[in-house]
Design a protein around this ligand. Sequence first.
Ligand code: PEP
Ligand code: MN
Length: 345
Amino acid sequence: MIITLDKQCTDPQKEAIEAVAREAGLEVRPIVGVNETVLGLVGEFNGRYEDMLEHLQAMPGVAGVMKVTKPYKLAGRSFHPNDTIVEVGNVKIGDGSLMHIAGPCAVESEEQVRSIAHLVHDAGAHILRGGAYKPRTSPYSFDGLKEDGLKILRDIGAEVGMPTVTEVMDTRDVPIVSEHADMLQVGARNMKNFSLLQEVGQTGMPVLLKRGSDATIQDFLMSAEHVLSRRNGTPNVVLCERGITGFDNETRNQIDMSSIPVLHRLTHLPVVIDPSHATGVREYVGPMALAGVAAGADGIHVEVHNKPEEALCDGKQSLLPDQYIELVGRMRTVHQAVRGVYARG
Ligand code: PEP
Ligand code: MN
């Protein structure tokens, strides 16, 4: 429910309105705009909704009351019509520019991260990625260097001047990962791990939330809602589309390009696409990255490796250095061509 306050609403009137909402078990989130102040009411309503709506409508200081039918209140545009710009270090995501996240799938060694970091930085990438905790299908596969990996990523990020993003898979690791990274990634497999989402939400740090391959857009936004419900006011969550399950085995997943404009309409959060994990095949990363830019994505997330044949994880989908450099150039051209064409919202 959204209450628009009268321009003449006094503080005691506002407090009385808030008290009614709180008594009904709802949390009040004030949004102060240039022209009006609205109160967003979130939570499970514990009484008769229609009665409360009528009661609030009749209260002094209330200009109007509107029902919000979407279950994602904080992620949706009703409470927050303006686009959110998420800041990670000095990098802005969602400000109209095209943001690039790049790096290896996994942190394998200092030397490996250093060569890739310099390369992607020089190619124009803004945020350095690399997994220290890897979700692997087989328990016998390399699953990351853990804390040592976090430190390598942090140090090399500082060396090249890039903020870092890395995955956190377990609630128990949230403190250590938040200590070393600038942005926390919640992977596709954990998109519905609600305890993890809440724990990550509690940190207040920027989050890169990947869409689960079996998740609808509403599921995806509800997961963002779990993160947002744990933080006070800063909606710094970036959504990442990385493909949904299809019936064809030629690619790993089907990248849902239409999710980009759909999400832009439904949510104020920025949208990034990850053609690497979506396709799982190097040859298809470039075309899908360019299609994502053309569809209005706010950023592109790509895996790059200097020796993909020796990569401990996802070598098959990792771009070679020269391919990444060339792709960034092409993405720039496409972005110039579509910039401003699709308003978010
Ligand atoms: C990753 O980015 O390293 C990763 C494992 O991604 P996803 O959760 O999309 O599979
Ligand atoms: Mn990977």
